[in-house]
Design a protein around this ligand. Structure first.
Ligand SMILES: Cc1cc2nc3c(=O)[nH]c(=O)nc-3n(C[C@H](O)[C@H](O)[C@H](O)COP(=O)(O)OP(=O)(O)OC[C@H]3O[C@@H](n4cnc5c(N)ncnc54)[C@H](O)[C@@H]3O)c2cc1C
Length: 285
């Protein structure tokens, strides 16, 4: 029987082919191809990918013309095959990929607008999540995703005592709120601190380190998040931690995750480092 080709998708956002981000993308393409992956790159600026989520994403009649609700309308358009071609093309790439790498320069503690637009428009309700299928039960629970990004700031600026504050806090919305919400196993982010202010040998070492990590990437344990089972998933229960879980957590020195800190110190490096196999606290999902 023919073996299924493994596919990786790199969603890439940088305007310049001479950038460090371009070099990182090229290294990933080369390394993953060498490992036997079919690698697809969505080069968002080159594609002039549209960032804004609008009525133009849907063909045919709307369900509610008086109050346009993008989420509702695109969910129905997805079910009925009425989403715009550029979205459908990206959704096919997501479906085929077992690994998705988002490669970008950090903009305002987040992804550039064009990449945020990719998330807004491609991760349609129904296709990427539903009220029954989210977080550890999410639609993409058999896929891996990771953020690989460069910064202007140094690493010390993004420490808990640094000027910008803890990078783990900055990463929580993207990694938990978007990627893990859709079910992805989120691999630890690859962060390239301040490449523009590094001497060339340091940048060369960063590229070497990236290639080395890519060799074992698929074998890595993902980051930990709080599984749905810890919560009373009802409106009555407020989608809050079960009382028993809360009680059990009282004796723990740290919060469960960066977001579910329960008023305690954040679990160190929760959004930047995958824990060892037997780590206490939040379970793998
Ligand atoms: C709108 C906006 C918002 C921003 N917000 C933030 C923020 O919130 N936090 C933050 O920290 N930063 C922020 N930044 C800064 C931004 O994240 C950095 O400028 C960016 O990450 C640098 O990456 P780059 O690929 O553009 O670097 P480049 O400037 O392209 O590259 C750095 C150096 O690497 C060299 N290089 C290229 N290819 C190679 C190669 N193959 N080998 C070795 N060297 C190579 C280049 O020649 C250059 O000298 C922001 C920037 C903008 C424009």
């Amino acid at each position: 029987m023919a073996q299924r080709t493994r596919t990786a998708l790199i969603v890439y956002a940088h305007q310049s082919p001479g950038s460090f981000n371009a070099a990182l993308r090229d290294s990933a393409v080369q390394e993953l191809t060498d490992q036997g992956f079919r690698v697809t790159v969505s080069d968002l600026y080159a594609m002039t990918f549209r960032a804004n989520a609008t009525r133009d994403d849907i063909s045919g009649d709307l369900r509610n013309c008086t109050l346009f609700q993008y989420g509702e309308e695109t969910m129905h358009a997805w079910m009925e095959g009425r989403l715009s071609d550029d979205i459908v093309t990206e959704q096919r790439k997501v479906e085929e990929a077992e690994l998705i790498i988002f490669q970008f320069p950090l903009y305002w503690f987040s992804v550039p607008a064009i990449m945020k637009g990719w998330m807004d428009r491609v991760l349609t309700q129904g296709f990427a999540f539903s009220m029954d299928k989210m977080y550890n039960h999410g639609i993409f629970k058999d896929k891996k995703a990771m953020l690989s990004f460069t910064t202007g700031a140094t690493q010390t600026m993004f420490r808990p005592d640094g000027l910008n504050g803890d990078i783990n806090v900055s990463l929580w919305p993207l990694q938990n709120g978007t990627l893990h919400f859709c079910g992805f196993q989120v691999l630890a982010p690859q962060i390239f601190w301040s490449p523009a202010h590094c001497p060339p040998p340091v940048r060369a070492a960063m590229l070497d380190g990236w290639r080395a990590r890519l060799k074992g990437l698929l074998a890595e344990k993902p980051l930990t998040f709080a599984p749905c089972e810890l919560f009373d998933l009802s409106f009555q229960g407020g989608f809050s931690l079960w009382p028993k879980v809360k009680e059990d957590q009282e004796s723990q020195p740290y919060g469960l995750t960066t977001g579910h800190h329960l008023g305690k110190p954040l679990p160190p490096d929760n959004q930047t480092t995958a824990p060892p196999a037997e780590a206490p606290g939040a379970k793998d999902s």
